[in-house]
Design a protein around this ligand. Structure first.
Ligand SMILES: Nc1nc2c(c(=O)[nH]1)N[C@@H](CN(C=O)c1ccc(C(=O)N[C@@H](CCC(=O)O)C(=O)O)cc1)CN2
Length: 295
């Protein structure tokens, strides 16, 4: 029996998230052009509270990508001391605005604001992050709903790398609401056998070694080593961790890329793997939201 997760001839070992994200953006751009011919231009509202440097970069890139694919974006930058009720009032205005098809509130929010209350205030049909409980519930029931961007991006990379996913054993490391839990739900929907492991799991290494597909989303730099990986597994690294290096700082994932490289059939790098997919899938979700609102 071939125990390899995927047929090797389908694979380029390094999974190029930049290249796949460009494909997604090109597809979205073409679909947006078609909508424009019917007089419809999708609109995305991007809300940033505070001055977190990384969030500022992500928001800038979201606005840039939107312009590239023909989505009109409206940026709302609020000071770090914005109170919750002002933010909720802005969201209500955006919910009512017919020009706005998607609403994105960049996370994390300042500690004084209740993140959950804010996310629940977004109209589920405009919830392009897929974080509203109605969309979370819909995803777990296998309904067609707006799906969190990072897990959706991982699925696109996996489908393009492995082809058919049905029957494969997928292990997701990390149980966050943004990545781990929706990732497990999407893999289940693709007919994988899914194991979700977390900080309290016993013998994580053994569980990981049984994975045909390993998705790492724990936020611990280079935690996953070569002997955690089954030969021929496909490894998707969601971690983005800044560590000290000889020449300043550098980004690494949750997987020790150099250590794991020879063991895996295919692996995403950090940077240039999952990260670029997150923003591409946001554009895809904005297009989907605009279509859903057409009825
Ligand atoms: N409302 C949301 N907030 C946050 C999300 C999200 O999906 N929705 N995800 C992250 C941040 N994020 C997008 O918002 C994001 C993170 C990383 C990247 C990316 O392209 N990373 C690059 C490296 C970038 C760098 O050099 O720092 C890569 O991995 O190649 C894009 C988007 C938290 N907040």
């Amino acid at each position: 029996m071939n125990t390899q997760a995927v047929q090797p001839d389908r694979l380029a070992k390094r999974i190029d998230g930049k290249q796949v994200s460009s494909q997604v953006l090109a597809e979205v751009s073409e679909a947006v052009q078609q909508l424009q011919q019917q007089g419809i231009q999708p609109g995305l509202a991007v809300v940033l509270v505070g001055e977190d440097p990384a969030s500022q970069v992500y928001v800038r890139n979201k606005v840039l990508r939107a312009a590239e694919v023909g989505i009109r974006s409206i940026e709302h930058r609020l000071p770090a001391d914005t109170d919750e009720s002002s933010l909720l009032a802005l969201i209500e205005t955006l919910n009512q605005d017919p020009q706005v098809n998607g609403i994105l509130v960049q996370l994390p929010l300042p500690a004084a604001i209740d993140e959950n209350r804010v996310l629940e205030a977004i109209d589920p049909l405009k919830d392009v992050d897929g974080f509203h409980s109605q969309n979370v519930g819909g995803l777990s029931q296998g309904r067609e709903v707006l799906t969190p961007c990072t897990p959706a991006g991982c699925m696109r990379l996996l489908r393009q790398t492995c082809g058919e996913l049905s029957g494969l054993h997928a292990v997701v490391v990390g149980r966050s609401n943004i990545v781990g839990k929706p990732m497990a739900a999407l893999l289940l929907q693709a007919d994988c056998s899914v194991t979700l492991v977390h900080s309290r799991s016993r013998d994580i290494e053994r569980l990981c070694r049984d994975a045909d597909i390993l998705v790492a989303a724990v936020g611990r730099p280079q935690m996953i080593k070569r002997d955690w990986i089954k030969p021929g597994a496909v490894v998707i690294d969601v971690g983005i961790n800044r560590i000290q290096a000889d020449t300043g700082t550098r980004l690494v994932g949750d997987v020790d890329y150099d250590d794991v490289y020879d063991q895996a059939a295919a692996i995403t790098p950090v940077p240039g793997g999952v990260g670029p997919m997150t923003i591409a899938m946001l554009m895809q979700n904005t297009l989907t939201a605009a279509r859903m609102q057409l009825g």
